[in-house]
Every structure is written in C-alpha cells, then in structure tokens.
Design a protein around this ligand. Structure first.
Ligand code: AHN
Ligand code: ZN
Length: 328
C-alpha cells in the first residue's frame, strides 16, 4: 500500500463522484403526461326527442309562427344548458324575391376561453316538397333535413352543461339554409340561393375577431344506415379536420358511418363559414353512395320521424363529442 494506491483511490473517487453527479437522474413529477379524461356518453334517445320536439312545432319555415315558436324553444334550451345565447336577426332576400326574417341562434359555452371550437347546423325547414310526387307545394317535416343536426347538437349542449370541455365551444343554428331554388321554378338558380343565414352571418359578423380553431357542420345525419363521405369543400378547406374526425370515428368504432369515400362539392353552410369567416370547416352530411345523391326522402314528405335512426345519431354525436372533449 503505497502512495500509488491511495492516489488511484482518490482519482477513482473523484471520477466516480463526478460521474455520479453528472448522470444523476433527478426524478421529476410527471407533468408532461396529461390524464385522459373520458368523453361523456352521448344519449341518442335524448337527441331523438329533440328532433321530435322540433317536428312537433310543424315546419320551421321562415316568416311562419311555427318558426318563431321553435326559435324561442331553441334559445330557452341553450340558455338552460348554461350557454350565453344570442339571436342574430336579419332580413334576406330569397331567389324568388321573398323577404325572409331570419334568426341565427348563437350559443357560447365558456365565452371567456380564447381557444374555441364551432359546431353548427341549419334549423329551418324547406318550404316545399319539390322532389315529392304529391303535395309539392307544402313544406316538409324536415326531421332529417334540419331536425337531425339540431337534435344532435342540443344533446351535445346538454352534455356540455354536465361536463365542461377544455376548450370553449360555440354552437350556431343557421336559418334559411334550405330556401334554395325550387325544382321546376322559372327563376334562374344560383349557388348562393342556399345558406342565406350563414351568408348573412359571414357578411355581418356578430362577434368581432371570432377565430375558433375549426368548425364542424352537421346536416342530415339521422337516416337509417347513414353514410358520411368526405365532401370536397371540407377536404379542400380543412383536410386535416376531415382526417381528425374520420380517424376519431374509426377509433371508436364508427367507420361504417364515416366512410373513406370522396364526393364532390355540396353547397352547404360550411362553404360560407370557410369563405366568408375564414374558419376551416367541414360538413358531416348523409349521402347515398349507391345512387350518388341524397337519400330518397330528401325534400319530400318522407323526411319525417320514421326515417330517423338512433344508431346514426349516436355515431355522429359520439364522434363529435370525442373530437371536442379530447381536443387539447
Ligand atoms: C344543394 O342541394 C345545392 N345543397 C344541399 C344543401 C342542403 C339542402 N342541405 C340540406 N338541404
Ligand atoms: Zn334541404
């Protein structure tokens, strides 16, 4: 045991300590991994009842008392779920010159939050059954076309009140979506004949600097064996949102509904939310891929409660809720 060994000992100790010091793993609280809060369960029975209530008012055609009564009910429901609700009233001119007194119904959940999402539907019913063989001049029930999107969103609003979302959410029910040119009409039709409520909203923004991350439109989401393809405007303006929603649907077992099929452009409210308000928005819209058009109920008196299927409401409602509740 000489100086040499004690020198080695000292050297070794120094190296060992310095190594230990440098490589020491300091246990840190695991703040990076956030706990995944389960998404609440969408209740399709409740959504169905909300569609029934709308239909029970009678056709919600602008400038009618049924339309006014239903608007009052919608505002009352949204208020009761804790939203800050407002009605944007305006006058628009339809393709045939009709002046329509419209109401866009806007509900803000957690309006103080700056990170926000937008969910929307149209709530008006078509004034004619122009694709029917009989009673073409009479308005339709609009159980699927008008009723279904609102019914699903009202159920989602009810859930927002039971369990708060991380982001703020806005729900808009647009008016006068379905007053587009009547088949067989002598008037000249144009794309902008449709979606008068969302166009009015886009041209007269009721909330300044409104910038939600993205928007999701629900239109005709309640038919039996519904299929929702990837619509062109949606993919064009918000392809990443289409992928997010369709992947979410697949992950929770609804790929039979959210099919991986592309279809052409559909003039719907999301077009104007994209173009006029610059909010990347998609359309979840029922489509028959066999006939390559809407279902045979479309704009006929067959669009009644008998055509509404709770399984389709569930597929859409649960998917949209999963997207909203899991958005960080
Ligand atoms: C057109 O047929 C041009 N647009 C369909 C949008 C719509 C009508 N959604 C419901 N009814
Ligand atoms: Zn329609």
């Amino acid at each position: 045991m000489g100086k040499r060994i004690s020198l080695y000992f000292i050297l070794f100790t120094i190296i060992f300590l310095s190594c230990d010091d440098e490589n020491r793993v300091i246990p840190t609280p695991n703040t990076q991994v956030e706990e995944r809060i389960p998404t609440p369960i969408f209740n399709a029975d409740s959504a169905y009842d909300f569609i029934q209530t709308q239909v029970d008012f009678g056709p919600r055609v602008p400038n009618t008392k049924e339309h006014t009564a239903c608007a009052e009910w919608l505002v009352k429901k949204l208020d009761s779920y804790g939203a800050k609700t407002m009605v944007q009233e305006g006058e628009v001119t339809a393709f045939n010159g009709d002046k329509l007194q419209i109401k866009n119904i806007i509900a803000q959940f957690n309006p103080e939050k700056t990170s926000r999402l937008l969910l929307f539907s149209h709530w008006d019913t078509r004034p004619v059954a122009d694709k029917d063989k009989s009673r073409q001049g009479e308005p339709i029930d609009g159980a699927n076309d008008g009723g279904s999107g609102v019914g699903v969103l009202l159920e989602i609003a009810r859930q927002f009140n039971l369990q708060e979302t991380k982001l703020g959410v806005d729900i808009i029910f647009f008016d006068a979506e379905d007053y587009g040119i009547f088949e067989g009409s002598m008037n000249r039709g144009a794309e902008d004949d449709w979606c008068l409520g969302s166009q009015y909203w886009g041209n007269n923004p009721p909330i300044a600097n409104y910038r939600p991350r993205f928007g999701i439109l629900l239109d005709m989401v309640g038919e039996t064996n519904a299929q929702y393809p990837k619509e062109y405007f949606s993919t064009y303006h918000a392809g990443n949102i289409v992928n997010k929603v369709w992947n979410t649907a697949r992950n929770i077992g609804y790929s039979n509904y959210f099919i991986n099929t592309k279809i052409g452009q559909i003039t719907d409210d999301h077009r104007y939310v994209n173009i006029l308000a610059n909010i990347p928005s998609i359309d979840i819209i029922g489509w028959n891929t066999t006939t390559n058009t809407f279902g045979d109920y479309h704009h006929t008196h067959k669009d009644n409660m008998e055509g509404i299927d709770k399984n389709s409401l569930k597929a859409v409602g649960q998917t949209v809720m999963e997207v909203v509740y899991q958005e960080k």
